[in-house]
Design a protein around this ligand. Structure first.
Ligand SMILES: Cc1cc2nc3c(=O)[nH]c(=O)nc-3n(C[C@H](O)[C@H](O)[C@H](O)COP(=O)(O)OP(=O)(O)OC[C@H]3O[C@@H](n4cnc5c(N)ncnc54)[C@H](O)[C@@H]3O)c2cc1C
Length: 454
């Protein structure tokens, strides 16, 4: 079977590449291969009753399938070059922002109309933050919410399904370079194409590494972010989240000079498990629909770690820490801030008696047995700093879930077209190590599609 373009991975990067190809050249023969399920078949078995924690499905419905890792996410599209990836380093700041706005327009067209676009521009919180040595980053944030995000994906799929050939539950095993094209192998057979777009995200990181090794595509080891997810009563952050929805705040610790940052803020949201290559970490999301909202807000506090010589395996380091929490807690560990400060393990009784009701069923435990001292000290210092702009953050009953790890793919060497050293072999989205967010990954898909039709 021969195609003009084969896209590997149906996350935001792959979807927007397919969408843009069909917009610009509908006669093109395009196939999308996806390791996970079609959207309507994606269902995480955790129901909170019969199945309470991750059972390690062969294909994790949270991370894989049509919509990629973003399908059940909070659908926060951050339109900014300040975070979410370094796409602008390849294509320029103006172009990157234009593409992110273009993606936003498409999301609006496919069901996102009416959702709110928040902005930090001109906010008084910038001043309040700086007065306490906290730095609020600039961004516009479109919050689709988990529910509307799903509707948008459903609509985009309905639009694409007759135009593009989708192969679900079909992981691509290998990519071969042919003369004038590429051949991909799957369990069901091989397929050829003239151009190939690889957009395999975080869940495809190990596979991506293997492909780069086989095809001798240079890569650079990247960073890993390690920390906790904080959960507290929504009222504590309401003055910030009502106006900004998500505030990305960075703090430099006095003790070590490390940067700690807030990440993925979910007002009235829920804390969730995330399964990356069998390792259970923590994440969060929230719904636009008031009926599905909770009384809590959650966000991550993360510290970035970079390694150079002789140890380069940043992700391996993050995985080992996450494994330690999995070993001690059988999954994610939860601890009250007050217990952590006093050197106590949280017990089921202490969690039950707390004023904050956890939204995730995690194992009460002691995060100081899991997180390296330097990281934990930085997180504690940041919690006290945040307490000055959002009093109540450092309350005893504030819950900390661990560990939250943001794995970054190694950075793959590509040019300004996001093309590897092989002409027509593009590597985009989170799988390239260049993007780490919905908006940047989607924008990278549009960018390569435009280059292909050129
Ligand atoms: C719970 C959660 C919440 C999040 N919330 C947000 C948010 O609010 N805002 C934000 O900006 N970002 C968020 N993110 C991150 C965001 O989802 C990712 O940055 C984004 O999805 C990256 O898009 P992508 O297309 O590069 O990769 P992905 O979305 O990871 O998609 C890659 C796809 O490739 C498939 N694949 C992998 N290997 C193969 C293979 N060998 N063959 C075929 N297919 C393969 C995978 O199954 C997957 O479906 C969240 C992530 C999670 C897990």
């Amino acid at each position: 079977m021969k195609y003009d373009v084969i896209i590997i991975g149906a996350g935001p990067g792959g979807i927007f590449a397919a969408y843009e190809l069909m917009q610009k050249k509908p006669e093109m023969k395009v196939a999308v291969f996806e390791a996970g399920h079609a959207l309507h078949k994606r269902r995480c078995p955790i129901d909170g009753e019969k199945i309470k924690t991750c059972i390690g499905c062969k294909s994790c419905s949270i991370m894989s399938g049509f919509g990629g890792a973003g399908a059940f996410s909070d659908g926060k599209y951050n339109i900014t070059n300040d975070f979410g990836g370094t796409l602008y380093e390849y294509i320029g700041k103006k172009q990157a922002l234009e593409l992110m706005h273009y993606v936003d327009d498409i999301n609006m067209k496919f069901g996102g109309e009416g959702t709110k676009l928040y902005s930090t521009a001109g906010t008084r919180f910038k001043t309040v933050c700086i007065q306490h040595d906290l730095h609020l980053l600039d961004a516009s944030v479109r919050h689709l919410g988990t529910d509307i995000n799903y509707v948008v994906l459903e609509n985009i799929y309905a639009y694409l399904q007759d135009k593009v050939q989708f192969f679900f539950d079909t992981p691509v095993e290998s990519v071969q370079v042919l003369e004038g094209g590429y051949e991909i192998s799957t369990k069901d057979g091989t397929y050829e194409c003239e151009k190939c777009v690889i957009s395999v995200g975080r869940s495809g990181s190990k596979w991506m590494e293997q492909v780069c090794k086989e095809l001798e595509i240079p890569t650079e080891s990247s960073r890993v972010d390690i920390g906790v997810r904080v959960e507290l009563p929504a009222t504590v952050f309401a003055h910030l989240t009502d106006e900004l929805y998500e505030s990305k705040i960075v703090y430099r610790t006095k003790q070590y000079g490390d940067k700690v940052r807030t990440f993925c803020m979910n007002p009235k949201g829920a804390v969730v498990n995330e399964n990356t290559n069998g390792i259970i970490t923590v994440n969060g999301h929230s719904y636009e629909d008031p009926a599905k909202q909770t009384e809590n807000t959650n966000f991550a506090l993360l510290v970035a770690k970079h390694f150079s010589e002789p140890f380069k395996d940043s992700n391996g380091y993050g995985e080992s820490i996450a494994r330690l929490s999995n070993m001690l807690g059988g999954g994610v560990i939860v601890q009250r801030f007050g217990d952590l400060i006093r050197g106590h393990r949280s017990t089921p009784k202490r969690i039950e008696e707390a004023f904050v009701t956890p939204t995730l069923n995690a194992t009460p435990g002691d995060l100081s047995l899991v997180l390296p001292k330097r990281i934990l000290d930085g997180i504690i210092e940041m919690i006290y700093a945040l307490d000055k702009v959002a009093p109540g953050t450092a309350n005893d009953d504030t819950l900390l879930y661990g560990v939250e790890v943001k794995f970054y793919n190694m950075e793959v060497e590509v040019n300004d077209k996001l093309e590897s050293r092989y002409p027509g072999l593009y590597i985009i989205g989170d799988g390239s190590g260049i993007t780490h967010s919905l908006s940047h990954a989607s924008a990278s898909g549009v960018h390569v599609a435009r280059d292909i039709v050129k």
